[in-house]
Design a protein around this ligand. Structure first.
Ligand code: FA5
Length: 344
């Protein structure tokens, strides 16, 4: 009797293991034959085994075998039903549902404008140069004619790393690095990040991109500076963009100018415009003729050569191109903002 019970338990375990593997009608039929086939099925063999038992053991044994047979039968029925249900026999996707659009990503608007600026200057024969974001006091200030304690340093709220190292406040140090390396003629731009200890507001960021420009050759005049920048601004915005040059001061250029364009957000028509603050003008870059002292600092003879330089803010340029009223949107990483620049 014990042998029979153990045999039934063993068969029950085997069945439970085999049932989840049944994925089609052929496998189901195989399992059915294994247990219920009249000739060699496990149940037929169990009934054979019963015959050898003592008569008083037969009723209990009969109950055990019959209950196992019922278990097998009902499990086979359940598997049969499952195979017919759509989840196992047919595709589980509803092909009538509308498709989901996939998002392809979009270039960041600042990157987009940086590339447009580069393209315009490449067309004019400028090269693209690179420089470090962490600078020494010499490159960021001294070689650019800012002696220690010069009040002009106060215009830049500098982030110092130690007494000599700082996060560059502008891309102008790259002018020095390029003039140390290359001799004129030089025609280069340098796009890169700069850092200032500023509180973010609609027109100021503590980290932003600038594009520096430098031209050095024989006989370069302010007319070249003006012509180059006018050509550039018209190519970037449109032919009828309003441009004005205002006298300004930078220790490394003389004379110096600040260049403004007519407000692209309000067109000079709103007194309370948050971007131009009602002035109708937007400051886009600083520029000027390279100061002779800067040439001397890099061993270029100012009697033989002259040049001009400029530095523009890329976020401000992008802000004016896309009419974005607040520079802080660029770095809030709100996908709803970024996705507007997707081409798809
Ligand atoms: C400079 O940084 C000079 N190095 C530019 C220069 C280069 C002058 C070569 C002469 C010759 P300025 O601090 O004005 O200048 O900055 C240049 C431009 O960077 C500004 O016109 C503006 O477009 C942008 N800018 C300045 N400060 C910020 C700021 N906090 N956030 C975003 N953009 C800024």
């Amino acid at each position: 009797m014990e042998t029979l019970k153990n045999r039934i338990q063993g068969l029950r375990d085997q069945f439970a293991q085999a049932a989840p593997q049944v994925l089609d009608q052929a496998a189901l039929q195989e399992l059915r034959n294994l247990y219920l086939s009249r000739k060699k099925g496990h149940l037929t063999q169990l009934f054979e085994l019963m015959k050898g038992l003592a008569p008083e053991q037969k009723p209990a044994a009969g109950q055990e075998v019959n209950s196992f047979k019922q278990y097998v039968q009902s499990e086979l029925d359940r598997l049969e039903k499952e195979l017919q249900a759509p989840s196992r026999s047919g595709p589980s996707v509803d092909l009538t549902l509308p498709g989901r659009a996939s998002y392809w990503g979009a270039p960041h608007p600042v990157l987009l404008i940086k590339e447009r600026i580069e393209q315009i200057f490449l067309r004019m024969g400028f090269s693209i140069e690179d420089g470090p974001e962490m600078e020494t006091d010499f490159y960021n200030f001294e070689a650019l004619n800012f002696p220690p304690h010069h009040p002009a340093r106060d215009d830049w709220d500098t982030l110092y790393i130690d007494d000599d190292l700082l996060l560059r406040t502008h891309t102008s140090p790259v002018q020095i690095r390029v003039m140390e390396k290359k001799k004129p003629p030089i025609r280069m731009i340098n796009p890169g990040k700069v850092f200032r200890k500023e509180t973010p507001d609609p027109t100021h960021l503590p980290m932003f991109f600038q594009v520096e420009g430098l031209v050095v050759d024989h006989g370069i005049t302010f007319a070249h500076l003006k012509g180059t920048l006018e050509y550039f601004l018209k190519a970037l915005y449109h032919d009828s963009i309003k441009i004005r040059f205002r006298p300004s001061f930078f220790p490394f250029t003389e004379p110096s100018a600040e260049v403004d364009i007519g407000c692209t957000v309000c067109n000079g028509e709103e007194d309370d415009c948050r971007v131009c603050k009602g002035t109708g003008w937007l400051e886009i870059l600083g520029a000027g003729m390279v100061d002779p002292q800067v040439f001397k600092n890099v061993n270029i003879d100012p009697e033989k050569y002259s040049g001009f330089a400029f530095g523009m803010g890329v976020e401000r340029t992008a802000m004016f191109s896309f009419q974005i009223p607040d520079l802080r949107y660029f770095y809030e990483n709100d996908l709803r903002f970024i996705r507007q620049f997707s081409k798809k």
